[in-house]
Design a protein around this ligand. Structure first.
Ligand code: NAP
Length: 296
């Protein structure tokens, strides 16, 4: 898998002025990456290792994490630890923080990346899966931020990179919890970024459109994906560049940026109808449904 990309997506500044100046001090520091066993998280791990960061790799798939840790430690001469954990469980972030403390592992960059989406009507989706979505996409991210941030502030250096989505820019019927969870991540991250401006800790919401990962296999449909998908490498590089620039949020790609921001100029009722029409499961679609498409 590549760790760099020749194509560099254009992106338009859409957040306040940088709160910190200069690139993030990657080399010699340690990153904790959740969801590092595949997709964006794996690419974050590869890219951060290439920049000289020690790593803590977190996900449920222990074998995949161990293989990645061994490979990256040997390729880049870094330390790579594995913590196999289900972050969708109550108290998971507290357990993660405690295990880092037990091992004496300081975290300088927290990449809250683990997450998943589901598709279908809210009332008919299995309750446990919906609940897990909130626990992973929102609760674990908030808890981990709360637990790791104080040490970063005490040291006057650090970063939290939260993976949101362009789905966070508007409500998405039939992916109601997913879009709402990403709206939470976006709002929460931007607010934290401002709270911590001038304190040496950067907080960023990375808001990708569709990316070529296992994400849509988990969702179970590509109905929410439109247009060419970015590679995980492209998205990760945009995210790390925005982190270097001290931005509060970034949407990779002009097309995604337009889609995310055009919702500001569309009446909410119309945006809802369009999104509902495009996201309605095919079996449930009837006459008169508005046809359009959005992305995750
Ligand atoms: N791909 C896209 O189009 C897209 C677009 C916008 C935003 N995003 C966001 O990007 C992030 C990464 O997704 P991806 O695209 O890289 O998808 P992915 O390839 O499916 O990766 C998801 C990662 O999350 C981990 N994970 C899932 N449930 C977990 C749990 N309960 N506890 C711990 N780890 C768990 C998975 O590892 P295990 O299964 O081993 O636990 C995996 O490493 C997500 O937050 C997603 O919402 C993706």
């Amino acid at each position: 898998m590549q760790t760099t990309s020749s194509s560099s997506p254009v992106h338009i500044p859409n957040t306040p002025l940088p709160s910190v100046r200069g690139a993030f001090p990657y080399a010699g520091h340690r990153a904790l990456v959740t969801g590092a066993s595949s997709g964006l998280g794996e690419v974050f791990a590869r890219e951060l290792a290439a920049r000289g960061m020690d790593l803590i790799l977190v996900a449920r798939s222990e074998d995949r994490l161990r293989a990645l840790a061994t490979e990256l430690a040997s390729a880049h001469g870094i330390q790579a630890e594995v913590i196999a954990l289900d972050l969708g469980r109550e108290g998971a972030a507290r357990e993660l923080h405690a295990r880092c403390q037990e091992k004496g592992l300081r975290v300088d960059l927290l990449v809250n990346n683990a997450g998943f989406g589901t598709h279908g009507a809210f009332d008919s989706a299995p309750f446990a899966r919906q609940h897990e979505q909130v626990m992973l996409n929102v609760t674990a991210l908030v808890d981990a931020s709360h637990l790791f941030l104080p040490d970063m502030l005490a040291r006057g250096v650090g970063g939290i990179l939260n993976v949101a989505s362009i789905a966070g820019f508007q409500p998405v019927p039939y992916m109601a919890i997913y879009a709402a969870s990403k709206a939470f991540v976006l709002s929460f991250s931007e607010a934290l970024s401002e709270e911590n401006r001038g304190k040496g800790v950067r907080v960023l919401a990375l808001c990708p459109g569709p990316v070529k990962t296992a994400f849509f296999d988990v969702v179970g449909t590509k109905q929410a994906a439109v247009g060419p998908m970015a590679t995980a490498e492209e998205v990760v590089l945009v995210g790390l560049k925005a982190l270097d620039q001290g931005r509060a949020s970034v949407v990779p790609g002009v097309r995604n940026w337009l889609q995310a921001n055009l919702t500001r100029f569309t009446p909410r009722s119309l945006g809802l109808r369009i999104a509902g029409g495009m996201m309605k499961p095919p079996a449930a679609q009837g006459a008169g449904v508005v046809s359009a498409r959005v992305t995750p």
